[in-house]
Write a protein that binds this ligand. Sequence first.
Ligand SMILES: C[S@@+](CC[C@H](N)C(=O)[O-])C[C@H]1O[C@@H](n2cnc3c(N)ncnc32)[C@H](O)[C@@H]1O
Length: 406
Amino acid sequence: MAESQQLSALRGHIFACTKSTEKECLEGMVFGTNKIYAEKINRVKAGDKLFLLNVDSDKLYGTFQATSDGGFNLVPEAWKGKYPYQVRVGRHKEEIKEMENAKKVLSKMGISWKGSLDEYQTKAILSYLGDPQAFDWGPLAAERGRVKKPERAGLESEKPRLESTTHWDYPKQSYGTTPKGSNKYAGVTPAFIIYNLVQRYTDPGDLVVDPMAGSGTTLDVCKEEGRKCIVYDVVPTRPEIIQNDARKLPLPDNSVDLVFIDSPYGDNIRYNEHPANIGHISAESEEFYDELEKVMVESHRVLKPGKVLGWLIGDQWVKKKFTPVGFKVHERLSKHFDTVDVICVVRRSQSSNTGIWYNRAIRFNFYLRGFKYLFIMRKPLNEEISQKKRKVAWKSYERVKKRESG
Ligand SMILES: C[S@@+](CC[C@H](N)C(=O)[O-])C[C@H]1O[C@@H](n2cnc3c(N)ncnc32)[C@H](O)[C@@H]1O
């Protein structure tokens, strides 16, 4: 094979270890990481060049070669299950070489060890490990100048970042190269919300259920992330969506790893004419919350203890009247679940994002809806323990108050 053909397939990845995990990486010939870098593992293909960076000793070892694609739990016993996103490795050449002061050298090469390595970056490390003294920095600088930025960004920009705060904002409904749901569907869910929940609260192979699936965004996200997924709606828009009323799920108790629901927010959108569509009921009436609570009870029943329900909902301002739909939904949810957290999701693509609506909001002195709530709720591991815990916390609060007043 010609040299240029070989080089075009060259890809690399740097995996990190510490002084306590290095031995197991090298003896077991498996590199692993946790959920935070799951995406990185998914990008590894058999044959890719791999390097191991000990972040404590600041040494980089190489060169290794991936002997499997990146996967989940390839060696379940490795690191006692702490780093289940793994790749099996072999040696690229018999002798494993070392790069001293690795973080400084990589930074001088313009390489971040957290991302994937493109062809020129992989070549640079291979050549440095071959003979650090003879490494010629000149052509590297010239080649870096020639690399087009968008190509390199392409590798990383396929998936959204995992959110670390309670304020989530993403510019587009979808991401990556394949569509997630349909942005022609009124009320479609931004796919990055489901992506974040799936990454945080499930592992590959887990079962995710969306009882109100609309255009199927949850299904598309789960397919790409290697999760099993069952989706329902009163009016299915795709063959994979099963016709079903969310108030009665045809699933056994304690069988699901994550439920995601983006329910109607009241009767503001006409999804379809089906009589069981909860989106025909006004959010100003208690009936709306009573019907949603039936969906909550079913979600609770099918979820495994300790697993999570994500519920997306927005408030309503209609005909000069504000309805705190989010607070009311949370009140119902917290009868059955513990709250893990409340996320503020920025509303971007909506019909009121226009100059006319801006002028109306200022002229008539009201606010346009700028965010939705994402309630992250957990089915308690043991309902009794969860109740007891609440009691103890309350008693100690009472004691503190008494002490203060005495
Ligand atoms: C906000 S949309 C869901 C959007 C969806 N996540 C997506 O990305 O396309 C709400 C959906 O709830 C469905 N729905 C309303 N009442 C329902 C019920 N009782 N059972 C099942 N689905 C219902 C509607 O048909 C609608 O598709």
